[in-house]
Structure formats: structure tokens, C-alpha cells
Design a protein around this ligand. Sequence first.
Ligand code: G
Ligand code: G
Ligand code: NA
Ligand code: MN
Length: 251
Amino acid sequence: RKLTQDLRLAVADGAFDLAFQPLHTLADARLVGFEALLRWPHPERGLIPPADFIPLAEETGLIVPLGAWVLRRACREAASWPGKVRVAVNLSPAQFHDGAALVQTVRDALAAANLPAQRLELEVTEGLLVRDPGAALAILEELRKLGCSIVMDDFGTGYSSLAYLWRFPFDKLKIDRSFVAGMSGEPKAAAIVATIVALGHSLGLAVTAEGIETVGQVGALNATGCELGQGYLLGRPMPAEAARELSERVS
Ligand code: G
Ligand code: G
Ligand code: NA
Ligand code: MN
């Protein structure tokens, strides 16, 4: 297909962009990092969002070189930020098929950027843990040994989250934005958020709420003790230069 061919060429050329969305403390609105979000500026179709090409990249195996590009670029960018500002990178399950290669790719990206591993967070979804939990566990432990932190992304939307939470070496979990969106109008969603925050904390994990769009949500999240947040209210995904300026201004 034409799109596959275009994707192959774009991967060969590194013809992608990263947007960076701020991660904040909720109690005092301090910038602590950015999540790197992949963008494909397609010559004919305009900006293609990741949901429209990451599945294709996964099917074709192109996610491996593409994911390596994301890691290198994100680490290089983060190395230009003030010393405590971290970067979070999303990893696809397909990148774990060759675990040794993934670990080497992460190590190389850190070394090439001269970025301390403590400033790199790796976000994975529950889908990674379903197929071959034993293999995934071994690779996550290797990545953690490098010094990276491991984030369970989109928590609550997958299959058997609770079984994974205590078996896997997570440092942080991100509450899926669907729960945050429901918080104001739907008492049950608010109860689920409060419970996830308490669960995370009782396991020693930091907790991030995603998709924060209103001041009311910040208040409700603060009341649960959730310490970190991300969402359009706090900052939209922005170009690398804007992220750099923001990180310098507030640090
Ligand atoms: O950027 P957007 O806000 O549209 O992100 C949509 C989805 O694409 C999110 O679930 C995000 O995790 C995923 N995504 C964004 N960038 C990357 C990336 O570099 N690698 C992978 N595997 N997923 C990404
Ligand atoms: O968690 P994941 O990596 O799947 O999420 C990143 C995606 O969430 C990106 O596509 C980003 O643009 C989107 N996003 C970030 N903040 C908000 C928000 O406040 N509201 C909505 N609707 N989407 C958001
Ligand atoms: Na993510
Ligand atoms: Mn998410």
C-alpha cells in the first residue's frame, strides 16, 4: 500500500516530529517533565496523528527503527533542558519482541545524548504484559537496571491490571483520561480515580492523571492526593523549541 511505502521512506529519512506535552505537579503546578508524542508531517496528507500510523508501523515492523528514532530524538531534546526536567517516551509492545535490541537502543540513545537514565521515563501499556508477561518482565527489569523509570500508561483500560501491578517493576502509573473526564459529572468515575490513586500509593508508585482539562478536575484530583498531572489545561503538546523555552523559563 502507498501509505506503507511512504512510512518506510519517512522512517529511512527520519521525517517525523516530536511534540512535547508538559507534566506538572498538581499541588503547586511545577513543571517536572514532558511526554514526547510522535507526529508525521506527511507531504500530501498533512499532519498524521500517531493513532493513524502506529498500528501500521507495528504491523510492518517499522516501529523498531521508528521507536529508536523517537528515543534518540527525545533524549537529545531532554539533554537541552534544565537538569531535573524529565522526558517520557511511549514504547509499543512490538519493540519488546527483541528485548536485547530494545535495551541496547535505549542505552545508545542515552549515551549519544549524554542524558542520565534517571531523566528518561518509559511508558508501556497493559497490552505489552498480556502476550508474554515473563519476557516483558525480564526486559522491563533490564531497562530499570539502566536507571530509567517504568510507567504503566492508560491504567484501568486494559485487561487484568491488578495482576500486573504487583508483579512488574513499575515506578509510576498514569490514570487513563477517560476516568478523569468522568470525574466531575459521574461520582463513580471519581470513586474509581480516588481508588486508583490510593492503590498506586499503597504500592509505592507515583500517580499521574491524564487528560486534565478543567480547574475543577485539578481540585478533585488534589483531594485524592494524586501528585502529578497532564492535560490541555496544564499544557498542550508543543514543538521542541517551545518546550525548551518553557523548561528554561520555569526552572
Ligand atoms: O499524540 P496523541 O496525542 O495523538 O497520541 C495518541 C497515542 O499515540 C497515544 O496513545 C500515545 O501513547 C501514542 N504515541 C504517541 N507517540 C508515540 C510514540 O512515539 N510511540 C508509540 N509507540 N506510541 C506513541
Ligand atoms: O496516554 P497516551 O500516551 O495515550 O496519551 C497521549 C494522548 O493524549 C495524546 O494524543 C495527547 O494529545 C492526548 N491528550 C493529552 N492531554 C489531553 C487532554 O487534556 N484532553 C484530551 N482529550 N486529550 C489529551
Ligand atoms: Na503515553
Ligand atoms: Mn496514556
